[in-house]
Design a protein around this ligand. Structure first.
Ligand code: AHM
Ligand code: MG
Length: 347
């Protein structure tokens, strides 16, 4: 069997598509791949923690056991500092952004959620790392402005999913490419070149137990999706893991839409714009999909603060646009659903 390109080889080949790139960007992405391998090996040992020692205790090897999300956070920070290509970074796990010491400072800004869905660790459900890379805007001193940028300005974004296998999925604005970790070789190999989201949205993913607090349009949108199923044919299935990377990845592969809308209890929803929504919106757009907060494209939102939350609808472009129409109130008379069903050819 012929092996696909390694992540490093692929990153270097993508560099040729960016005439201004001087290799720093490639070095940086490669280091994120290294962090992913280290985190993956820790995640694979997660079930052993009760045997080797619970978090905060000393394990049988005499080491203090750290929580996995703390380990992931430190791993990404250290790999990025060592790359020598980063000016500063912001993590969902840190209150403030972290500046790289002068001697190791580079030209890029990296934002990341080191271990998303970490409440799923103890029950063996897929979790992930999400990241985006920006060129430092100011060039000189790092300021908050370097982070408060719309996702559209990112020069790369991606995620790692620690699932039945570990996959690294990324884009530098030239398609979306997925790599599977061969644990015995310790290397990511290209397994999914130029990923495009399938045309039909067959998965519907959201936490339906929040429905008593939803704005009315969410229920109408969900109803429209469900109404696509008839007695003879099921076109849409509810699929919700509760781990964003896993839900997003499945929908990217099978077609689908994920929603975490705002509701009466939390009008801005739960997910973080900078660390979660914008990087995945970048990937979605590159794969032919879209992402919205219900009113505007996630990639156009300029954050006001580092840890800002945003409502999120992400997946197939047609369904994201449909959700926006419902959010604007046009689903009330049933016209939107009838029209789109006809356009889709499924009426
Ligand atoms: P986290 O960053 O604290 O892990 O929270 C984000 C996670 C997402 O992975 C997931 O989509 C969402 O929280 C699920 O939230 P809920 O339990 O409210 O449905
Ligand atoms: Mg998260």
């Amino acid at each position: 069997m012929e092996l696909g390109a390694t992540l490093t080889q692929h990153v270097l080949s993508q560099q040729r598509l960016h005439p201004q790139a001087r290799g720093e960007f490639s070095g940086l992405l490669t280091q994120i791949g290294v962090a992913a391998k280290i985190i993956s090996s820790q995640v694979r040992r997660a079930g052993l923690l009760p045997i080797l020692g619970a978090s905060g205790t000393v394990n049988t090897h005499g080491e203090v056991v750290q929580k996995l999300d703390e380990v992931a956070n430190r791993t990404v920070i250290e790999c990025l500092i060592r790359s020598g290509h980063v000016a500063a970074m912001a993590s969902e796990e840190e209150d403030e952004y972290v500046e790289v010491p002068e001697a190791r400072r580079g030209a890029y800004i990296v934002v990341f959620d080191p271990l998303d869905g970490s409440s799923n660790i103890d029950v063996n459900i897929s979790i992930g790392t999400i990241f985006a890379v920006y060129r430092q805007a100011s060039g000189g001193e790092v300021t908050r402005r370097d982070f408060l940028r719309p996702g559209r300005e990112a020069c790369a974004a991606g995620y790692v999913i620690y699932g039945s296998s570990t996959m690294f999925v990324y884009s530098t604005g030239h398609g979306v490419h997925g790599f599977t970790l061969d644990p015995s070789a310790g290397e990511f190999f290209l397994s999914h070149a130029d990923i495009k989201i399938p045309n039909q949205a067959s998965c519907l993913s959201l936490n339906e137990s929040n429905s008593p607090y939803w704005e009315p349009w969410v229920g109408r949108f969900v109803g429209e999706m469900k109404a696509r199923n008839d007695e003879d044919k099921r076109r849409v299935s509810s699929r919700h893991v509760g781990s964003l990377v896993a839900d997003f990845h499945r929908n990217l592969m099978y077609g689908g839409v994920f929603l975490y809308p705002g509701d009466r209890r939390s009008p801005r929803g739960k997910l973080r714009l900078i660390y979660e929504a914008a990087p995945l919106a970048f990937i979605a757009a590159q794969a032919g999909g879209a992402a919205s907060d219900g009113a505007q494209d996630i990639l156009d939102i300029v954050p006001d603060e580092l840890h800002q939350r945003t409502p999120l609808v992400i997946g197939n472009a047609a369904e994201v646009r449909l959700a926006e129409e419902f959010a604007r109130g046009r689903g009330e008379d049933g016209m939107v659903s009838a029209t789109t069903a006809v356009e889709r050819g499924s009426a």
